[in-house]
Design a protein around this ligand. Structure first.
Ligand code: GLN
Length: 205
């Protein structure tokens, strides 16, 4: 089992595993020494130190969250301040407002997003990003797949990176959200930022 320098078990990250690329998140987090577990029920939310909302199809995730009676328990976990990484469809779930078309969201991140805002599959790809923090390297890249576009930041939150003028990596408290997919590249700097957030909270507990 992964453990820290004091022999304590490494923090356990619950990866929402209803749909989408949850296994890629598990691989990239375990490469950094964190433990992961797949979350499909409310009971499984009890034991975790951190959460990941993966990419996939946000409308399908919404349907499954309702079907599994997970909408409320997951919302309570997110509001509790547990460190959370949300990518692409996951970022859509956290937004304040979703357009094109409008859909239900948790409203925990003060952003407006337009689904598929960079076009559909044809325009997907890996792009150079501009970091806005020295926590990230200057040669930062991100892979966008039918990604949401942040069209407005409507409240206090940090913009950590941009694609052109668009915010694509945002942080508010313990919520870290990316329009792109760091989990597709093991060792991506965004995964390292998240792992540091998770360890900081676990160490202070
Ligand atoms: N286009 C998807 C949606 O609107 C998100 C795509 C992704 O997560 N890669 O939910």
């Amino acid at each position: 089992m992964a453990s820290d320098a004091n022999g304590r078990a490494a923090p356990l990250v619950g990866v929402l595993a209803l749909q989408g690329d949850f296994e890629d998140h598990q691989v990239s987090l375990e490469a950094l020494g964190l433990r992961t577990t797949q979350v499909r029920s409310a009971a499984q939310l009890g034991a975790i130190d951190a959460l990941v909302l993966p990419g996939g199809e946000s409308t399908t995730m919404l349907k499954l969250l309702e079907l599994e009676d997970l909408w409320e328990p997951l919302g309570a976990a997110l509001r509790s301040g547990v460190p959370t990484l949300a990518t692409c469809a996951g970022m859509i779930l956290l937004a304040q407002s979703v357009e094109d078309p409008a859909q239900r969201c948790y409203g925990l991140l003060p952003i407006t997003v337009v689904r598929n805002g960079y076009g559909r599959q044809y325009e997907s790809g890996t792009f150079a990003l501009t970091p806005a923090t020295d926590e990230l390297p200057t040669d930062l890249e991100g892979t966008f797949i039918r990604a949401p576009r942040v069209t407005a930041v409507t409240g206090a939150c940090e913009v950590l990176a941009r694609r052109g003028a668009d915010p694509v990596l945002l942080r508010k408290g313990n919520l870290l959200a990316a329009a792109f997919h760091p989990e597709l590249c093991v060792g991506h700097p965004v995964t390292s930022i998240f792992a540091a957030m998770v360890r900081a909270v676990a160490d202070s507990a």
